[in-house]
Design a protein around this ligand. Sequence first.
Ligand SMILES: Nc1nc2c(c(=O)[nH]1)N=C([C@H](O)[C@H](O)COP(=O)(O)OP(=O)(O)OP(=O)(O)O)CN2
Ligand SMILES: [Zn+2]
Length: 110
Amino acid sequence: MYTVIKRMEISASHSLKLSYPSKCEKLHGHNWIITVYCRSKELDENGMVVDFTHIKQAVEKQLDHNNLNDILPFNPTAENIACWICNQVPHCFKVEVKESEGNTAIYEKD
Ligand SMILES: Nc1nc2c(c(=O)[nH]1)N=C([C@H](O)[C@H](O)COP(=O)(O)OP(=O)(O)OP(=O)(O)O)CN2
Ligand SMILES: [Zn+2]
């Protein structure tokens, strides 16, 4: 089994729709640290699980320097973003989304 791990940083804003009053309902930004884990039993014709550059393109190209509320069709919590990224990237089984030093969400496929 092969595993590749791609870590990247994006700048993006979001606001959350919550069932209780919160400062996070206001538009605000983060420098998100996103770590994508992909694995495969076999390598492709190029000797890769997934090209690191393609992982970056799948995430950064869509999200970087955007308001995530404009891009994503769901409440852009770190948890929901992690799940969405996992479903965008081939062979992905786990994504960590770090909003700030203290706040990280992880999505893992069963
Ligand atoms: N489970 C989650 N909780 C929260 C999320 C989330 O995505 N998942 N997101 C937010 C907001 O995005 C907000 O930006 C977080 O604000 P922050 O000030 O960083 O967090 P705290 O309220 O914990 O404050 P600290 O002073 O940093 O401890 C909120 N929650
Ligand atoms: Zn936030």
